[in-house]
Design a protein around this ligand. Structure first.
Ligand code: FAD
Length: 395
């Protein structure tokens, strides 16, 4: 497709422009192109890149959710992941199972057990005494229990992102990377200016990850989003492979206060398990890779403590630390909604560190909103109006 010179509008009028080619924007664009909509996906960095939230080789996929609305969406999400893998001829996830570990009286643990039963997800309940018999690598403590979700596993994240972008292009979509969106003019036709051109569309979807509020500020909207720098830690197994996918070690999610700890069996780095804290330190996405103060690493201290207490076959010192961003809402539910003033501008944001597995459904919902269709799920938990109105700006 011919590109317009900077400052000169592109001659095409797109049905939809999607800003941000992370997993959410890429799935939104894919659904739109599959439905025959003329779609342009814009990305600020040359692809692939590791500056946002969707890079890296692995993400957990699970049906064990304490909230019913996500448990419901996950049934369809699994089908859509399966379908995308079949279209591309490459599997996008590996089933490993997942253990939710927590105090047996913990309400979140109990809600996970309930959703698994309610949705007839195959799994098993373990006590602190019975768990080591099945998974000798984990040492639970008195009063703790575990429930397994056998359908869970590891999504091959980089491969999944590349695949959905390839399928989007195969369906006729245009993906322009290395073009930062610098201006958005709302209207019946939205005009989007990038560092390389000017484009017009009947609707716009903003899926800009940790940059969402930067794009929304000129549109007179600020969401209560907190951007967090996450330390992605890999830990050495004392016996290589003991906690690996080949040894059938599962993913796990330990319900801890104030934030969970989760782990994935060793796979992407042989002999290293991925074990992370489900929170981080506030950071602007542009400054993610600035070395943190030593005092800003309480997450790694908590992880060391967890590994020593629960995973006797893992060295309690991270061998590799990488970085990624979370964009959290106060309730950790997503934002999937229209802009309150400009109804043809749709926002997908605040995926709060658990949005990858749900991206096929998120993309479908955002595409439905942009096409003016009734969304397939109730969007109440995701509406912008659930947040208290911000105080009026100082005069
Ligand atoms: C360490 C870590 C572990 C995680 N583990 C899991 C897990 O196990 N399971 C799970 O389900 N989820 C997990 N998540 C969460 C999941 O990865 C995110 O929810 C998801 O990737 C968010 O995708 P996104 O598309 O919203 O954001 P991003 O991937 O950040 O994409 C936004 C894109 O917008 C682009 N952009 C921004 N501004 C502009 C602009 N002005 N012009 C053009 N482009 C722009 C950015 O460059 C970026 O590519 C994890 C996240 C992290 C960080």
């Amino acid at each position: 497709m011919k590109m317009a010179a900077a400052g000169e509008p592109h001659s095409s009028l797109y049905d939809t422009i999607v800003v941000g080619a992370g997993i959410q924007g890429s799935f939104t664009a894919y659904h739109l192109a599959k439905r025959g909509r003329e779609t342009l996906l814009l990305e600020q960095f040359p692809l692939p890149h590791s500056r946002g939230s969707s890079h890296g080789q692995s993400r957990i996929i699970r049906r064990a959710y304490p909230q019913e609305h996500y448990a419901q969406m996950m049934a369809e999400s699994y089908r859509l992941w399966e379908q995308l893998g079949a279209e591309a001829g490459a599997p996008l996830y590996r089933q490993t199972g997942l253990l939710v570990l927590g105090a047996d009286t913990n309400p979140e643990f109990q809600r996970c057990c309930q959703t698994l039963v309610q949705h007839r997800v195959p799994g098993e309940l373990f006590t602190a005494e019975s768990l080591p018999g099945r998974f000798p690598g984990i040492r639970p403590h008195d009063g703790e229990a575990a429930v397994s979700d056998r359908t869970a596993g590891v999504l091959y994240a980089d491969r999944a992102l590349r695949t959905v972008q390839d399928e989007f292009r195969r369906c006729g979509g245009a993906l322009h990377d290395g073009q930062k969106v610098t201006d958005i003019k709302p209207g019946v036709v939205v005009t989007v200016t990038t560092t390389a051109g000017v484009y017009r569309a009947k609707s716009l979807v903003i899926t800009a990850g940790p940059w969402a509020n930067k794009l929304l500020a000129p549109l007179r909207l600020q969401l209560p989003l907190q951007t967090l720098r996450i330390n992605v830690c890999y830990w050495k197994e004392k016996v290589p492979g003991a906690y690996g996918v080949s040894a059938h070690f599962p993913c796990f999610m330990a319900i801890c206060a104030p934030h969970h700890i989760y782990g994935l069996p060793s796979n992407e780095y042989p002999g290293l398990m991925k074990i992370c804290y489900h929170s981080g330190s506030p950071a602007d996405p542009e400054e993610r890779d600035r070395p943190p103060e030593a005092s800003a690493l309480p997450d790694i201290e908590r992880l060391r403590d967890f590994v020593s207490k629960y995973l006797p076959g893992v060295v309690p010192e991270p061998a590799v630390v990488e970085h990624c961003m979370y964009t959290n809402t106060p309730d950790e539910d997503f934002v999937l909604d229209r802009h309150p003033e400009f109804s043809n501008i749709i926002i997908g944001a605040g995926f709060s560190g658990h949005g990858f597995k749900l991206a096929p459904v998120v993309g479908k919902l955002l595409s439905q909103l942009s096409m003016g269709e009734e969304p397939s799920y109730a969007l109440e938990p995701f509406r912008i109006r659930r947040f208290p109105a911000p105080p009026p700006a100082a005069p």
